[in-house]
Design a protein around this ligand. Structure first.
Ligand code: AQP
Length: 328
């Protein structure tokens, strides 16, 4: 049995990019693996957050995890800041990382672009992510394609520490879906769909009302050619919509292209609204039940205890191998 770890930031409501790119595979993986799914709230404070909203979003993400089918009897579900080992290990790894490799991270470059000074946490974010993964001896890390570079860095750090000290960490493998799993912003298909983008119509959140889903899709950027064809380079907007259609309907893209041969974008978009709304409706319904229930906090409490038991073992090993502390 392999161990799986992944997390989502509570920076806002989960969108279909997070879901199709990462979270949907969390559910499948729990059948045959020991899975640990985290709400990575410490990552979210790399950019300013409103404390009240952050707590609400943390509970929302936890409820959404359960609503999409993560079963707390099979998987550990918890909040990152409830387990101190993440921050502790992060410091140890910071001392074994280089500013050069961190400067090459494209997410840091994107998020700090145009800013005179960026929070140091934005720069060291990939180290905290490496700590999240290595703390649990994870073998597999299911994430979206946008996280490939961070997983590579995590592997490099693990290998570096294992070579320098006694073998301390399991070197994890990323698990990425095929190229199409990267969902792009609806208003600008050159950017990935993101929770924190200013334009709310650039994304579809799992909890969006049908009217918001409709508006977002009907406004989505396409092109002037008028044919429904998958060609990400020349038709990024339409290709993104085809990806979403395929992911929610389970139909292959060539079959969808055939079905809509000769149709206009308006008809295609209308059907995509239908397909998306239908796919999200049961998730939203389960979310509303779970989010109200007292059970949610109890699940997160149990999850933190189980996660902490694993994390403490790893930190004991790390401290021993690094000569840290006296274990008193
Ligand atoms: N557009 C996307 N397409 C496919 N997968 C995506 N992921 C994020 N955006 C897309 C994957 O979702 C998981 C959780 O992401 P995250 O919350 O940890 O952080 P993120 O990648 O920074 O996501 P956002 O939505 O863009 O949030 P903000 O705006 O706060 O930065 C990850 O596995 C990610 O790969």
């Amino acid at each position: 049995m392999k161990r799986v770890f992944s997390g989502v930031q509570p920076t806002g409501n989960i969108h279909i990019g997070n879901y199709l790119g990462a979270i949907r595979q969390f559910v499948e993986l729990q059948e045959e693996n020991e899975c640990i799914y985290c709400i990575v709230d410490m990552h979210s404070i790399t950019v300013p957050q409103n404390p009240k909203e952050l707590r609400q979003h943390t509970l929302d993400v936890a409820a959404l995890y359960l609503a999409v089918g993560i079963d707390p009897k099979k998987s550990i579900v918890f909040v990152q800041s409830d387990v101190p080992g993440h921050a502790e290990l992060s410091w140890v790894l910071t001392c074994n990382s280089y500013t050069g490799e961190l400067s090459r991270m494209t997410q840091f470059k994107d998020k700090s672009k145009g800013k005179e000074s960026a929070p140091a946490g934005l720069f060291t974010y990939p180290i905290l992510m490496a700590a999240d993964i290595l703390l649990y001896d994870a073998d597999i890390v299911p994430v979206g394609n946008d996280q490939k570079q961070h997983i590579e860095l995590c592997r490099d750090i693990a290998i570096r520490v294992n070579n320098k000290y006694k073998k301390t960490f399991v070197v994890p493998d990323g698990r990425f879906l095929k190229a199409g799993a990267r969902i792009m912003a609806l208003d600008d298909p050159s950017k990935k769909m993101s929770k924190s983008a200013e334009n709310i119509y650039s994304r579809i959140s799992l909890l969006d009302e049908p009217s918001k889903i409709k508006k977002s899709i009907m406004r989505a950027t396409t092109d002037s050619e008028g044919s429904i064809r998958f060609d990400p380079e020349n038709k990024p907007g339409v290709s993104n919509l085809l990806n979403i259609y395929s992911a929610f309907s389970g139909k292959e893209i060539p079959d969808i292209e055939k079905e809509y041969e000769g149709c206009g974008y308006g008809d295609f978009k209308k059907d995509l609204v239908e397909v998306t709304t239908q796919a999200l409706a049961p998730i939203k319904e389960r979310f509303n039940e779970i989010r109200q229930s007292d059970e949610l906090i109890q699940i997160l409490k149990d999850g933190a205890q189980r996660a902490n038991a694993i994390a403490e073992k790893t930190m004991k090993r790390v401290k021993e191998n690094f000569g840290l502390g006296l274990g008193v």
